[in-house]
Design a protein around this ligand. Structure first.
Ligand code: IDP
Ligand code: MG
Length: 139
């Protein structure tokens, strides 16, 4: 079976709270492996392109403003992360999820995660060249 890969982004709110390591730990503690990672300050053009699927939503401009407000940390993870992230609105997020513990509100919600395998592939290609994504051969 092919290994499932997905994207996670630690958003500017969580980076500014200095909880990058705590969020990495959530993934690792739940058995996910980080196979690529980098810090990046998105340009407005990059944020608009990344969230193009939401371009007609009322929150699009606020979302882009927020995502360019500071650097983010982009990761490729092996295995699923939606359950670990929690619901978009942290008030609806389950106990023990990243958003429950670290999000401010529906907009500043600590992390992004791919919503399907198909979109995961598109999002991985958006941020990483193939040689930047590693095979974890040991362990
Ligand atoms: P997701 O991140 O849980 O997949 P999406 O519906 O794909 O949620 O929305 C993408 C991002 O847009 C959210 O993570 C959040 O930052 C922002 N967003 C979504 N809905 C709202 C809203 O109603 N108000 C403000 N921002 C929102
Ligand atoms: Mg989404």
């Amino acid at each position: 079976m092919a290994i499932e890969r997905t994207i996670s982004i630690i958003k500017p709110d969580a980076v500014s709270k200095n909880v990058i390591g705590k969020i990495y730990d959530r993934f690792e503690s739940n058995g996910l492996k980080i196979v690529a990672a980098k810090m990046k300050h998105l340009t407005r053009e990059e944020a608009e392109a990344f969230y193009a699927v939401h371009k007609d939503r009322p929150f699009f401009n606020d979302l882009v403003d927020f995502m360019v407000s500071g650097p983010v940390v982009v990761m490729v993870l092996e295995a699923k992360n939606r359950e670990i992230m929690g619901a978009t609105n942290p008030e609806n997020a389950a106990e023990g999820t990243i958003r429950k513990d670290f999000a401010n509100n529906t907009s500043e919600n600590a992390v992004h995660g791919s919503d399907s395998l198909e979109n995961a592939k598109i999002e991985i290609d958006f941020f990483f060249n193939p040689e930047e994504v590693y095979v974890r051969t040991i362990g």
